[in-house]
Each structure stands twice: as structure tokens, then as C-alpha cells.
Design a protein around this ligand. Sequence first.
Ligand code: HEC
Length: 113
Amino acid sequence: MLNPASFSKLLLLPSLVVSSLLFSSPVRAEPFAQGDFNVGKSMVEKQCVACHAERFGGDGSAIYAREHRIVKSSRGLLAQIRNCNTMLDLKWFEDEELHVANYLNKTYYKFDK
Ligand code: HEC
């Protein structure tokens, strides 16, 4: 027969397993969590890719993976998106810049903070 003490251990076991699963999964922080990937993707395809492709060839994505690329952090990425936004006079709002940052980061830069 189970005494009350070992019975409570039995109950504890599953919850320990569950919590260790939760906490052992790598914690992947996401710098632009407020942004919407799909919205960002279509914005970039509409406004940005053609020029990058024209200057850097292929589908334009080489620009994000150049050896001496400009962007070196998630902050730098947002700053660069702002520069292009201003230069091109697109008048994107901050939340729109975050969509684009989310998309570019997940697809190319992969900064985790
Ligand atoms: C008229 C052409 C043109 C357009 C349109 C354009 N870009 Fe760029 N972009 C460039 C050029 C040229 C560079 C490289 C600048 C350099 O090397 O100094 C660049 C660089 C970048 C980089 C930095 C790449 C790196 O080195 O890490 C990012 C990010 C970027 N652009 C984002 C955008 C976004 C987002 C848009 C759309 C709003 C956009 N660009 C539209 C020409 C353009």
C-alpha cells in the first residue's frame, strides 16, 4: 500500500517533468516580438527588394549577408530600417518599422536580443 508521503511524491513527479521540460527548452528571446513577420515580409518585397537586387544581384538578399555588412545588432537593424524609411520618404510608423525588423531579423540577421 502507498503511504501518504509516497503518494504525494507520485503526484509531484509529473509536475516536475512538465516544469523541467518548460525550463530546459532554450529561451529564445526575440528582439522585435511586437512586429508581424508576414506584414513585414510583404512591405519589404514591395518597397525594398528591387533596389537591393539591382545593386547586389540575385534576389537582393545578399546585402544582409555581406562580409562587411552594416547591421551588427538588433538596434543597428532598426536604425538602418529608419534610415531607409527616411531616405525613401516612405513615412512608415514605428510599428511598421517593427514589422520589417521582425521579418528581416528572423529571415537574415537572427539576433536574439
Ligand atoms: C534606392 C535603393 C534602395 C532601396 C529602395 C532600399 N535600400 Fe536598403 N540599402 C541600399 C544600399 C545601396 C545599401 C548599402 C549601403 C552601404 O553599403 O553603405 C542598403 C543597405 C540596407 C541595409 C543594411 C544591410 C547590411 O549591410 O547589413 C538594410 C537593413 C536595408 N538596406 C534595408 C532596407 C529596407 C528595409 C528598405 C525598404 C524600406 C530598403 N533598404 C530600401 C539601397 C536601397
